[in-house]
Design a protein around this ligand. Structure first.
Ligand code: THU
Length: 153
């Protein structure tokens, strides 16, 4: 038996002005999209914005339903729009934000799996930028550190 070590690295920024401009703009787009959240059941708004390889940005917000399991996460709403409107264009970065709290909210497991599928499909990493409405910012260079051993056929 051999015990193995799993390590993840990410960057922490305390000031948004230290972020590369394309990422701070992406965060602003994600925050703008919070107003499109339909979340009367959880009262928890999430916004996500995706930067594509061609410079386009598409955003999404969580969409809830009285039948709770039908709720759609912001990340998958945004990625669904990307895959439907720009099917051949790789997503290169996603900013995710929430209206509550001062700690960044990380994507749920299902959204990580969908993000991993997009990395796998285009063979290139997606930078993940996380921040609540204000406060500390986390930047991951890929989905891999958020979802090691992701499932693939
Ligand atoms: N939610 C997201 O939009 N993204 C996630 O990664 C986790 C959760 C939404 C779903 C639901 O509308 C609300 O947050 C509370 O779970």
């Amino acid at each position: 038996m051999q015990e193995k070590l799993l390590q993840s690295t990410y960057k922490e920024f305390t000031d948004i002005t230290d972020l590369p401009a394309q990422y701070s703009k992406l965060l602003v787009r994600a925050k703008d999209c919070l107003t499109n959240s339909w979340s009367p059941y959880s009262d928890y708004k999430v916004g996500a914005a995706v930067l594509l390889d061609n410079g386009q940005v598409l955003a999404g917000a969580n969409q809830e339903n009285a039948a709770y399991p039908m709720c759609l996460c912001a990340e998958r709403v945004a990625l669904g729009a990307v895959a439907s409107q720009f099917p051949g264009v790789p997503p290169v970065a996603m900013a995710i934000t929430t209206a509550k709290g001062s700690e960044p909210a990380a994507p749920c497991g299902a959204c990580r799996q969908v993000l991993a599928e997009h990395e796998y499909r285009f063979k290139q990493p997606i930078t993940i930028i996380l921040q609540a409405q204000s406060g500390v910012i986390y930047v991951f260079d890929s989905v891999k550190p958020l979802l090691p051993f992701s499932f693939h056929l």
